[in-house]
Design a protein around this ligand. Sequence first.
Ligand SMILES: C[S@@+](CC[C@H](N)C(=O)[O-])C[C@H]1O[C@@H](n2cnc3c(N)ncnc32)[C@H](O)[C@@H]1O
Length: 246
Amino acid sequence: MRFDVVTLFPELFEPFLKAGVTRRAYETGQVEVKLWNLRDFAQGNYRRVDDRPFGGGPGMVMMAEPLARCLETIRAERLAPVVLFSPVGRRIDHGEVERWAGGQGAILLCGRYEGIDQRFIDKYVDVQLSLGDFVLSGGEIAAMALLDAVARLQPGVLNDEGSHQEDSFNPALDGLLDCPHYTRPEEWEGMAAPPELLSGHHAQIERWRRDRRLEITAARRPELIEAARAAGRLSKADEAFLAGLL
Ligand SMILES: C[S@@+](CC[C@H](N)C(=O)[O-])C[C@H]1O[C@@H](n2cnc3c(N)ncnc32)[C@H](O)[C@@H]1O
């Protein structure tokens, strides 16, 4: 799959694409990332990409014309959905990531300043995505977040095949939050690791992990428990454990 990223700061992506387990996905082209510097599509001596907002007020607005020129250049190479990162967009969650991870890629637009001229959005943007209910200085971090989450779902990218299925929100674990993790030493600062995890007893370990997932999810994200229940994903043992928490 291929992602075309339109940004005023392509250099922010270079170290990101070369680090960590996901590096393999980018290097092999399993997740191809092509960076487009919006400045290259600006005209005039100053290569302006922004201007003052109509109606006054603080900040600058990204102009439609350089964005349209950049997008048409990308589209001459390929057609793909156009995604704009924005606080007004749909909040990214696991389901959203899975959909992009199973697709052909997209054109990712990273906003800056106060945002983008609405006429460009109306004409070209297919979907707006938000990282959460807070405001970043630019869409680059949101783009990197989506790319990272998509890359780690690709087959063979994580060292331990299938390990992402044990992560929070994954349908393989019924969309629950992850359980706590421990490693050596067995005792640290007077705190012992849970004996169940040291038992070597597979079923006991799995029950302990399941109970912790249920416990944490019930406390922090009860709506995820409801969703698992509604989908028929909770066993009698799960329900008995949850009833005991009340
Ligand atoms: C300073 S923000 C603009 C915020 C905008 N005026 C508003 O209040 O909704 C500049 C750019 O950062 C990106 N951005 C900021 N917060 C974001 C978020 N929560 N999710 C995704 N992108 C975000 C968007 O691309 C946005 O155009």
